[in-house]
Design a protein around this ligand. Sequence first.
Ligand SMILES: [Zn+2]
Ligand SMILES: [Zn+2]
Length: 89
Amino acid sequence: MVCNFNFKRFFGEIGKEFIHVHYEIEISTIGEDYEINPITDLKPICPNCHAMLHKRKPAYLIDELREIAGFSVRESIYIKFPCFKKLTI
Ligand SMILES: [Zn+2]
Ligand SMILES: [Zn+2]
């Protein structure tokens, strides 16, 4: 994830389990016998961030986009667990 937008939290039930998946590999550079590893190659991402990733060809890496958006890993953790804020600042 880049922005950690939570569809479930925002839209309730209809947002449940709604997420895009991005293949973080260069489809054009891999051989035909490459086996996709769902753990490392498939990244869950919200549709907005997904569209942004594909603004460039080849696509931005998720880490790059996070940096562009100004989200540090630490900030992402805050969004997920707002109660961390108090403890770490
Ligand atoms: Zn993608
Ligand atoms: Zn997003």
